[in-house]
Each structure stands twice: as structure tokens, then as C-alpha cells.
Design a protein around this ligand. Structure first.
Ligand code: APR
Ligand code: PHB
Length: 391
């Protein structure tokens, strides 16, 4: 079998790339290691930038998003027992964000793909790719208990942080930049209406907390926890008490409590692999870069990568020119590093490093106070949060 683009991985990056190529009349195949139910149930973040929403709509995946997604015009920052609202549209050129879970984006893209898209194979792990220096790479994968091969013009790695595509680039031709953080997040889903209209990012001497939501009846909440923590350390009462303490302000506010339906501990990490292209292999999404979730950038970066890639493949087909493909890595990395910096700043300003001194804590509060009192400082945050036009 031969295809123009072989996509490794059926997460949001791979699925959306397949849609965008398909709508441009380019053929491709998506090979996904896991089964459909697993991919559809994986809990991830849920903030979509305007540009992400625009691309999802253009790819045909905007219908349920437009019906069920919640448009937010601001976020709340809490620190020092006070609260400050960042108004996104007035501090940017009218930008806002959508709350719509990544799992729902994935379900919408899979449904479209299985309906009228190019082939999407589940339980089809790729284990080798040969000939990436030539013009016709061969992809080896397993499906239905049998070894299979697929030849293609290009391979796109959309196989996440633990995939194989990044390893196809020889060590001598790549560089990886990494940072780990001395804390993790405990994420919970609760069957209770959100206690707020907009997301709350809270700095507190007890550590960071985030109040987010999935729907008018489901809350999504996060607590900073030590690395190595286990959900077993966190009975429901302890979670609610800790959220209450970290989100507390002087003034009226009540945290709604309800049944917790899921708990998981998530590591916090930053990582970038350069370049994002080698020979006939391109990297997109989490396989090329990871951001800590505090800036809500992971999914949006993945969408920007595959949008640039689809444009570049279409340009090649229309004009015969590889200019955009050749520029892909540099184009994406500029945006990636901006998002890395923003995510790092949000993370280090809002979390309590177990090694931090009282001096460091005062610096954090001074920075948050600056954002709350200067429209310039607030605009810098708002522009990065709502999404910048880069690349
Ligand atoms: N063969 C086939 N599929 C593979 C292989 C392999 N060898 N290795 C990994 N995969 C699949 C995984 O099973 C997974 O479904 O690749 C997919 C990668 O999906 P994601 O991890 O969701 O990565 P991506 O599509 O880049 O999405 C980025 O996910 O982690 C969040 O914050 C991140 O929101 C961002 C988004
Ligand atoms: C989420 O709703 O899961 C979420 C929201 C904002 C973040 C991270 C996660 O910064």
C-alpha cells in the first residue's frame, strides 16, 4: 500500500492533520497504537484559543463545539486572599477562549474520520520507519495480529511524548531542551456545577490551585501536589478542604462540593526537540514539545503545528515548491518557544517550589500585584493566554 502522508498517532494532532489534508484533497493514513475507546477517554486540558476554534470549524469539526463549547472572556487570578479578573477581549484585539474538553475534540474528529475520512487504523502500533533520507520511506506496523508495511512520500510523527518518531532523527542531528518542575498536579473531575463563571488560577502559601470546568454541571479542579504523590493519598474530603483553603479570598465566595468521579496525578515538564523535521519525517504536537499545563497551550500548539504542515503539503501539491515544508521547523519553533516561556512564567509565578525562600514568595506576589495593577502587564498575560499570531 502507498499513501502521500503516513501519520503516526491518532491523538488531536494526527486526527486534525488527517482532516486538513483530506479537505485539501491529499491522501493520508493514520496509524494509532491504542484502541478507540482508550483514545476517546483520555482526560486532557480543555482551553481552545480562537485560532484553534477557527481551524476546527474549517476542518468540519466545529458543530458540537459551537453548540456545547463555553466562550470565556476572562480568567481570574487569586493571590494574597484577593481576586483580580483579566479581561481578555479588551486587553487583546477582541480575543476570547473556548472551554471544550480535548476528549470531546478527539471524539468529534474520530467520528468525522471514520465517516468520510482517509483510513484511520486503531490498534496499529508503528515499530519501524526506514528510508527517511530517501524519497519513499517505508513504515512498518502491526495490525490485526499481522506485520504490515506502508510506503509513503512523507511521514508525520504525531505520536506524543512517548512515541517513536522523535527517535527517527539521529542523535547527531537533533537537540532536546528540557526542564522538570519539583511538583505535579492532582486533577479531579466532579459532578457539581462550577463555583465560578470563569477559570480561577490561584497562588497560595499552600500551593497552586486551578478551578476549571467541563460543562454547566461538571467541574474540573487541580491541586499542586508533591512529585511522587498518589491519588490514594487524596481522599475526597482532603481534596475539597485543600481546594477551599487555596481558593479562599476575603469576601464572599463558596466552593461547591460534589461527588468526585476521576482522580489522576500529572507530571509537569517542559521539553522541546529541534529541529522538527529531518529528511522525510516531520514532528508535530507533543512528540516535538511539551509544556506544563498552567498556560493551557499544549493542544493549541499541536493545532498550530498541523495547520502549518497541512498548508505546506497543499502548497507543494499546488506549486511543486517545498518552500513551506523547508520553513516548517523554524516557523513552528518560534511559536513553540513563546509558548514555552509563557507556560514557564505562569507555572513558576503561581506554584510554590518546596525549596523556595520567603524572598521568592514575595517576588511572586509582587509580580501578581503588577499584573493586577498595570494594564500593560495584564495585556502581556492576556495576549499570550488568548493566543498570539506567530507563524
Ligand atoms: N504507533 C502508533 N501510534 C502511536 C505510537 C506508535 N508507535 N506511539 C504513540 N502513539 C499514539 C498514542 O497512542 C497517542 O494516541 O500517538 C498518540 C499521541 O497523541 P497525544 O499524546 O494526544 O499527542 P498529540 O496528538 O500531539 O496531542 C497534543 O495532547 O498531551 C496533550 O497537552 C497536549 O493537548 C496536547 C495534545
Ligand atoms: C482544564 O480545564 O483541564 C485546564 C484548564 C486550564 C489549564 C489547564 C487545564 O491551564
Amino acid at each position: 500500500m502507498h499513501t502521500t502522508v503516513c501519520i503516526i498517532g491518532g491523538g488531536p494532532a494526527g486526527l486534525l492533520l488527517a482532516r486538513l489534508l483530506h479537505t485539501s484533497g491529499l491522501d493520508c493514513v493514520v496509524l494509532e497504537r491504542r484502541e478507540r475507546a482508550y483514545v476517546e477517554q483520555r482526560q486532557r486540558a480543555g482551553i481552545l484559543e480562537q485560532s484553534t476554534v477557527d481551524v476546527l470549524r474549517a476542518s468540519g469539526a466545529g458543530e458540537r463545539l459551537d453548540r456545547e463549547g463555553m466562550v470565556h472572556d476572562g480568567i481570574e487570578l487569586r493571590f494574597d486572599r484577593r481576586t483580580h479578573r483579566i479581561d481578555l477581549p479588551s486587553l487583546t484585539d477582541g480575543r476570547r477562549v473556548w472551554v471544550y474538553a480535548q476528549t470531546e475534540v478527539v471524539k468529534d474528529l474520530i467520528a468525522l474520520q471514520l465517516d468520510d475520512g482517509p483510513p484511520l487504523l486503531f490498534e496499529a502500533p508503528v515499530h519501524a520507519v526506514e528510508g527517511i533520507d530517501g524519497t519513499r520511506p517505508t513504515v512498518r506496523y502491526t495490525h490485526g495480529g499481522r506485520e504490515q508495511t506502508l510506503t509513503c512520500d512523507y511521514v508525520v510523527g504525531c505520536d506524543g511524548f512517548h512515541g517513536i518518531a522523535r527517535n527517527l532523527i539521529p542523535e547527531s542531528a537533533k537537540r532536546t531542551f528540557e526542564r522538570t518542575y519539583p511538583y505535579s498536579w492532582l486533577g479531579v473531575l466532579a459532578d457539581v456545577p462550577p463555583s465560578c463563571d470563569e477559570l480561577i488560577y490561584a497562588h497560595s502559601p499552600r500551593g497552586f490551585a486551578l478551578h476549571s470546568m467541563r460543562s454547566p454541571t461538571v467541574s474540573r479542579l487541580y491541586l499542586q501536589v508533591p512529585n511522587g504523590a498518589s491519588p490514594a493519598d487524596w481522599p475526597d474530603e482532603r481534596i475539597w478542604d485543600e481546594l477551599d483553603a487555596r481558593l479562599a479570598i476575603d469576601g464572599d465566595w463558596t466552593l461547591n462540593r460534589g461527588p468526585i468521579t476521576a482522580k489522576a496525578v500529572l507530571p509537569m515538564r517542559s521539553s522541546v526537540t529541534e529541529p522538527m523535521r529531518y529528511g522525510r519525517v516531520f514532528l508535530a504536537g507533543d512528540c516535538a514539545h511539551i509544556v506544563p499545563p498552567t498556560g493551557a497551550k499544549g493542544l493549541n500548539l499541536a493545532v498550530s503545528d498541523v495547520t502549518a504542515l497541512a498548508r505546506a503539503f497543499t502548497h507543494l501539491r499546488n506549486t511543486g515548491s517545498t518552500d513551506l515544508l523547508d520553513a516548517y521547523s523554524d516557523t513552528c519553533l518560534r511559536r513553540v518557544w513563546r509558548a514555552e516561556h509563557f507556560s514557564y512564567l505562569m507555572t513558576t509565578t503561581l506554584h510554590t517550589d518546596p525549596r523556595q525562600s520567603p524572598f521568592d514568595s514575595r517576588l511572586q506576589l509582587s509580580q501578581l500585584d503588577r499584573i493586577a495593577s498595570s494594564p500593560h502587564a495584564a495585556a502581556e498575560l492576556a495576549e499570550n493566554y488568548a493566543g498570539l499570531d506567530i507563524g
